[in-house]
Structures are given as C-alpha cells and as structure tokens.
Design a protein around this ligand. Structure first.
Ligand code: ATR
Length: 281
C-alpha cells in the first residue's frame, strides 16, 4: 500500500524496461513488511537524474547502462572502491545531521555480486579464473576477483580492449585461440554471446569445458544458456546469470535499509518474471 510515508527507490538507465531489479527489490520490501517502492526510470541524463532523485526525496537508487560512469560527477561522495573501479551502480541519499542537507553517495556492488556468487563454490584467493569479455561487466567481475587475491586471465574478441583491461588489473591477457594453454578453475562469460535471440550460440567450444570445475554465465535470458547446459554435461558446477544480479542487489538493499533481504524470495520473484516473459513470447 503506497501512502505518504512510502520510501522511494528505483533504477535509472536507458533502457530499463527489461530490468529485473524492480521485481527483485519490491519482493524484498514486501517480504520484510517495509513501506518501500522501487520503480524503473528511463532517462538519457544520468547526472540530471541524480539531482532529480535528490530533490524528490528518494532514499536510494540503482544505476545501470549507460549511466554508471556519468553519474559520478553529480555525486557529493563516491565510495573509494567505486572510485577505483570508475563506475557506480548504487546511489544512497541521506540527510546530514548537522547541515540537514541531503548528501548523495555512490557505491559499486557489481564486483561484490560476482565474488559472492563464485565464493559459494571456490576459495577465491586460491583459484584461477578465465574471464571472457572486456566491457563493464568484465571489469567489475575481474576487479572483484583480483581484489580477493585470485589469479585472473582475460580473453576477448577485440584483443586491444582485453589487453587494456588486463593491464589495468595487472593480470594476463590471452588471445581466444590461446585459452587452452592455461589451466584454470573457472570460466566466466561476461559477453552477451548466448543471449536471446542468439540462444543457440555459446562463447566457448564445448570440448574445453571439462577442464573447468565451475562455469558462470552473466546472461540470464535464457536462464539455462547453451554454455551452462554444455558445462553441466561436461561435469562442471554452474552459476547462472541471476546469481550476480541477486547478490549485487542484496548488497544494494543492505546499503539502503541496513537489512539483509531474503535471497530465495528475491530470486523466486526474478524467476517468475522471466518465466512470464518467455510465456508471453
Ligand atoms: P557490458 O558493459 O555490459 O559488459 P560491453 O561493453 O558491450 O557490455 O561488452 C561486451 C563484451 O562482450 C565485450 O568484451 C565484447 O567483445 P568486443 O570487445 O570484441 O566487442 C563481447 N562480445 C559481445 N558480442 C560478442 C560476440 N558475438 N563474440 C565475442 N565477444 C562478444
């Protein structure tokens, strides 16, 4: 029931129509009996949106593509880890007790999301990872793993982008043709290969999968990607694309409310929304 005391949260991005964050966070508010609401807000102006949310009394927000870097200039404070990554996915608005002014602060929980998902299966600091991709998602995943003390290899279709990311992280780059020259514990796909409408594709040759003990995909439409199906058949443990989303979302919720939301409740809400979408097709 939305009323005069409902606390406001949401996601800014472009596009945001397909974001699962609203169902995930609203399920958590409902389960905890909290008077909060989380709405999708499509905008071309990330910086302007930060000012607008502050003026409108929002408590917090998620930030997604393409605004994760741009919003940083509009914030009063940026968490040191988000500063290091160069991207913010979480905004918190709080009242300064002395000045009574609203202070906006940016965080990054994306890297926490993948670390938490992977640490269910592997001791990160003792493990080796091969990451495919060199975009924003790869940056967050790889940053988290390096931060945790893992050994990380990057591979990417465009070598230059992959080399730049590897140099920034201080880890090694491998050409796609060289990935079978290293032995790693886990393979992580951060590219969009295998996403609908190209669900028949996989980013890596199935014959290489039996070398990994864990395979993680950040693609969640479909939830069981060709990569994950082939990894299961090869005897690997698999982590699907909802896992990172779930753990980064739970970390956001904690930043906003101080409360630990129910992971199964949040996940079930997202699975239901995905199923509804595929049933409608
Ligand atoms: P995000 O910020 O969401 O990670 P992105 O910056 O577009 O998205 O990055 C997408 C990544 O997926 C890139 O590493 C991209 O490879 P390139 O650097 O060569 O563009 C990778 N990618 C996307 N489509 C791909 C495909 N069909 N085959 C191989 N890699 C692909």
């Amino acid at each position: 029931m939305i009323d005069g005391s409902t606390k406001l949260y949401g996601i800014i991005g472009n596009p945001v129509r397909h974001s699962l964050s609203p169902v995930m966070h609203n399920a958590a508010f409902q389960e905890l009996g909290m008077n909060g609401v989380y709405v999708p807000m499509q905008t071309e102006d990330g910086k302007g949106a930060v000012t607008a949310l502050k003026l409108l009394g929002f408590q917090g927000a998620s930030v997604t593509i393409p605004h994760k870097e741009a919003v940083m200039d509009a914030l009063d404070e940026v968490d040191p880890v988000a500063q290091k990554i160069g991207a913010v996915n979480t905004l918190l608005f709080r009242k300064d007790p002395d000045s009574q002014h609203i202070i906006s602060r940016g965080f990054n929980t994306d890297w926490l999301g993948s670390n938490l998902a992977l640490s269910k299966y592997l001791a990160l600091e003792q493990s080796k990872f091969l990451i495919l991709g060199a975009g924003g998602a790869a940056k967050a995943v790889a940053f988290g793993l390096v931060e945790a003390g893992a050994e990380v290899f990057i591979t990417n279709r465009t070598a230059e982008k992959g080399e730049n990311l590897a140099a920034w992280l201080g880890c090694k780059f491998l050409e796609i043709s060289q990935v079978d020259t290293v032995r790693v514990d886990a393979f992580i796909n951060t590219s969009s290969v295998g996403m609908e409408p190209n669900a028949h594709l996989s980013p890596i040759d199935a014959s290489l999968l039996s070398d990994f003990s864990v395979v993680m995909d950040i693609v969640y439409a479909p939830l069981k990607t060709r990569l994950l199906k082939e990894a299961t058949a090869a005897g690997c443990k698999t982590i699907d694309g909802l896992a990172m989303l779930l753990y980064q979302g739970a970390a956001q919720f904690k930043i906003w409310t101080g409360k630990q939301p129910s992971l199964p409740v949040m996940r079930a809400a997202m699975e239901k929304a995905l199923k509804k979408r595929s049933d409608l097709k």
